[in-house]
Design a protein around this ligand. Structure first.
Ligand SMILES: Cc1cc(OCc2c(-c3c(Cl)cncc3Cl)noc2C(C)C)ccc1-c1ccc2c(C(=O)O)cn(C)c2c1
Length: 233
């Protein structure tokens, strides 16, 4: 039986990531807007666009706190953010869903997503993903590390120095592997299940590109920040 122990250095790395993850969240006044009572498809789209824009800002701040990220080549920093934004946002919105947000936000959020001009064919994989994340009952350390690992994916488009990104991602994967063994001793496959979610996330990129196209076809406007990070307009 392998004796798994998280070293002091690994615990320090985990603390930096979790603190950054907890520090950077969508401001409450933005999240609260979900509860306002207009429910038209237009209103829902505008609210979700505001959420997404706020979430991108949160994501950029979180990423800047990942040890070593700011030492990467600047173009690679941009390539990693652009390449991982949708996945990190699906991961965050899935975690928010499964945490059963306070006072019924979850139902309201689901209602707004279902009525924002997203076609049925994208709803199913999206809510299946939300469900599969919910079933994992991740602790916040796992959520924070999984988000950092998603951002530090070396084979994003246009990344020049993939080895430099691998050198940052590998220690995160090792800490997460040990954490999973310690947190879920009765489930040796838990770490593999977490990594399986990252594969599922990649498929959502494809659906999301189609969602953007169909929104744009119906003349929906995005914010400058979303246009920049998602290469639209
Ligand atoms: C819930 C959502 C949706 C969202 O994006 C909304 C969108 C998406 C899309 C879709 Cl629908 C689902 N998943 C990922 C994408 Cl990226 N694709 O396009 C859009 C807009 C532009 C219409 C962005 C962000 C949040 C979000 C994130 C965190 C929190 C949070 C907390 O951290 O405490 C509290 N609340 C209410 C949150 C809401």
């Amino acid at each position: 039986k392998e004796k798994v122990e998280i070293t002091k250095a690994q615990r320090a790395l985990m603390k930096v990531i979790v603190d950054a993850y907890n520090r950077h969240k969508i401001p409450q006044d933005v999240a609260k807007k979900l509860l306002q009572d207009q429910y038209s498809a237009e209103e829902n789209f505008l609210l979700l666009t505001e959420m997404a824009t706020s979430q991108v800002q949160v994501l950029v701040e979180f990423t800047k706190n990942i040890p070593g990220f700011l030492s990467l080549n600047h173009e690679d920093q941009i390539a990693l953010l652009k390449g991982s934004a949708v996945e990190a946002m699906f991961l965050r919105s899935a975690q928010v869903f499964s945490q059963k947000m306070p006072n019924g936000h979850t139902e309201v959020l689901e209602e707004r997503i279902r009525k924002s001009g997203i076609s049925e064919e994208f709803m199913t994989p999206m809510f299946n993903f939300y469900k599969s994340i919910g079933e994992l009952h991740m602790i916040e350390e796992e959520q924070a590390l999984l988000t950092a690992i998603t951002i530090l994916t070396p084979d994003r488009p246009f990344v020049k120095d993939q080895q430099a990104v691998e050198r940052l991602q590998e220690p995160m994967l090792e800490v997460l592997r040990k954490l999973c063994v310690l947190q879920h001793p009765q489930e040796p496959q838990y770490f593999a299940r977490l990594l399986g979610r990252l594969t599922e996330l990649r498929t959502l990129n494809h659906y999301h590109a189609e969602m953007l196209t169909s929104w744009r076809m119906n003349d929906h406007k995005f914010t400058p920040l979303l246009c920049e990070i998602w290469d639209v307009q």
